[in-house]
Design a protein around this ligand. Sequence first.
Ligand code: UT7
Length: 354
Amino acid sequence: MEKKITAAITGVGGYVPDYILDNDELSRMVDTSDEWIMSRIGIKTRHILKGDGIGTSYMGIRAVRELLEKTDTDPMEVDLVICATVTPDMFFPSTANLISYKCGIMNAFTFDLSAACSGFLFALQTGAKYIEGGLKKVVVVGADKMSSIVNYDDRATAPIFGDGAGAVLLEPNTEGLGVLDADLHSDGGGFIHLHMKAGGSAYPPSKETLRRGWHTIYQEGQPVFKAAVSRMADVSTEIMRRNHLTADDIRYLVPHQANKRIIDATAKRMGLPADKCMVNIERYANTTAATLPLCLWDYESRLKKGDNLVFAAFGGGFTWGAMYLKWAYDGNIPDKCGEPEDIPLSNNVNNVKL
Ligand code: UT7
């Protein structure tokens, strides 16, 4: 009998910009404090991408270049690139298109996926289905330049977000490793509490939309917090139940990094101790679609073949979900990857400034 094909993660790449905005600097920009941000959210620093004309693809390109290099993948062999983002460089072409071009990925089809903080999880499941359907190499990127849509005069949202990108390679596996189950959800009613109103077709940019501040994130913290806590915990415990996983079976929870208190509440409901929970919110803040791959990027060296991971995310939409994944390789990799080398590009893609 033919063995079932699953989609295994076979490599991870990541990138965060050099500039670090810490709580002290933020406290000089807006009425807040290190003490408040640390106790209510758990963030110390966030990385910010500076420079005119530099968008999300700039970070995605660097994450994908590192991924291709680490996995020794020929860019021409990649079949599909999906980029989860809510801060695309531009409406079109897609950010995935720009990333692929600059990475020499010229034989793939590419598209963006919009599901806010659950974007990477939704994209990972989508990529997994393409692998199960016969594709051989799928790159899934989560990347967001949140600083481009944060109102730094609003203390309720300014501390929360940062910029970053992460990417994984998916390849077919017949040993039962990789994506084994996912439980994904959306509830459009949540848009009332969390959205960016203008810039799209409903409210194209105008003097009025600028005056009203509709080009930045609007969030009602409390209802979003409550929904995040209950839905992330519900969906994570459901994925444990239906895969007969106990807390002992799980090596790591890989949670979206929106608020340390939300992460703790999810881990608690799953019965997991703190050392089984990937946490890097303190350094990167909420990088929206990039949080999950940046967790993998940071913890890759500690992962072993066969480790059971549960991913959990919640975000704008509302969107939320959990995934059960068996890790496919031993992380014999330096504990923290440094800056990716600038690998040479094929001649025909060298002249574009991205
Ligand atoms: O990733 C996408 C999904 N998003 C989330 O999951 C975010 C969910 N929400 C949250 O994480 C939290 O609700 C926030 C971090 C956004 C806010 O924390 P909170 O504990 O819910 O604070 P709050 O909004 O209830 O505000 C409490 C107090 C208020 O003052 P009063 O009315 O009690 O005097 C705020 O004005 O804290 C005040 N406050 C601040 N004080 C200092 C709000 N923001 C700040 C601030 N610095 N930055």
